[in-house]
Design a binder for this molecule. Structure first.
Ligand code: SF4
Length: 229
C-alpha cells in the first residue's frame, strides 16, 4: 500500500456520525458568506505533500471553512497562511501561500496530516472521534517509517495522537510519557531501530497567533529542529 491509496481510503471514511453530519452540513448549508459561491469538499481531509516524506506535520483537524472547503490540509484559512509561510522559509514549500488545489504548491520531503481528518464542531473532536480516527494516523506513520526522520506535532492533541500511534506500532516510546510543550522533543524508536525525533509546537490556530502565544520566530525554531541530526 502507498500514501495515494491511503489518502483515497481516508476520503471516503464515514466512521463518525457526528462529524459526517457536520462536515456535510457545513458544505451544503453552512458556508461562510464569502465562500458561498464555491464548491465545498465536505469530506475527510487526505494527507498533502511529498509521498516520500522524511518529515510529517501532524495537525489537529480540518477547519470547517478551510480544509473542509478546499480539500487540502491547512488550505484556505489563516492557520494555513502561517504554516505554509513558515514551511517556505524553511525550504520545505516552493511557495509561501496555499490558496487552493491547482495553485502550484509543492512540498519537498514533508507531508501534512492530522490527528482527526474531519472538521469537528468548534474545532473540538470528542474522545471517541479521536480514537476512531487514530488508525489512519497509524497507517501514515507506518508507511513513512522506513525513511521517517522527524514529526512536528501542532498542539497537544497531535502530540498525544502521535505517541499513541507509535505505541500501537510497537515503537519504543520514552517513559514516563513525554510532555507536550513548544519545542518539546522526544525520540521515538521504530521497530527497525531508527530514531524519529518528535517535536512539539503550539498550534498555528488564530487563537495562538493573534494573541502572540505563537510567533513566527517560535514556529521557525520548532521547524528548524526537524532537520537536525
Ligand atoms: Fe473517519 Fe476520521 Fe472522519 Fe471519523 S474523523 S469519519 S474516523 S476520517
Amino acid at each position: 500500500r502507498d500514501v495515494a491509496e491511503l489518502d483515497a481510503r481516508i476520503t471516503v471514511c464515514r466512521a463518525c456520525p457526528r462529524l459526517v453530519e457536520w462536515r456535510e452540513t457545513v458544505a451544503t448549508q453552512g458556508r461562510r458568506a464569502s465562500f458561498a459561491d464555491q464548491p465545498y469538499w465536505g469530506r475527510p481531509g487526505p494527507g498533502f505533500g511529498d509521498a516520500e516524506a522524511e518529515v510529517l506535520v501532524v495537525g489537529l483537524a480540518p477547519a470547517a471553512n478551510g480544509t473542509n472547503r478546499t480539500g487540502r490540509m491547512f488550505t484556505g484559512d489563516r492557520s494555513g497562511d502561517w504554516l505554509y509561510a513558515a514551511l517556505h522559509r524553511a525550504g520545505y514549500a516552493n511557495q509561501p501561500t496555499s490558496l487552493a488545489s491547482g495553485d502550484g504548491l509543492e512540498l519537498r520531503g514533508l507531508r501534512i496530516i492530522a490527528a482527526v481528518r474531519c472538521a469537528p464542531p468548534a474545532n473540538k473532536p470528542t474522545t471517541a472521534e479521536k480514537v476512531a480516527c487514530a488508525h489512519w494516523l497509524d497507517r501514515d506513520l507506518e508507511l513513512a517509517a522506513p525513511r521517517l526522520r522527524s514529526v512536528l506535532a501542532l498542539g497537544s492533541i497531535a502530540w498525544d495522537a502521535t505517541l499513541g500511534s507509535a505505541r500501537r506500532l510497537g515503537w519504543d516510546v520514552p517513559r514516563p510519557k513525554p510532555r507536550f510543550g513548544h519545542e518539546a522533543e522526544a525520540v521515538l524508536t521504530t521497530t527497525d531501530g531508527r530514531g524519529v525525533r518528535l517535536v512539539g509546537s503550539y498550534h498555528v490556530s488564530q487563537q495562538n497567533t493573534f494573541t502572540g502565544k505563537l510567533t513566527q520566530t517560535m514556529l521557525d525554531a520548532a521547524i528548524a529542529r526537524l532537520g537536525q541530526d
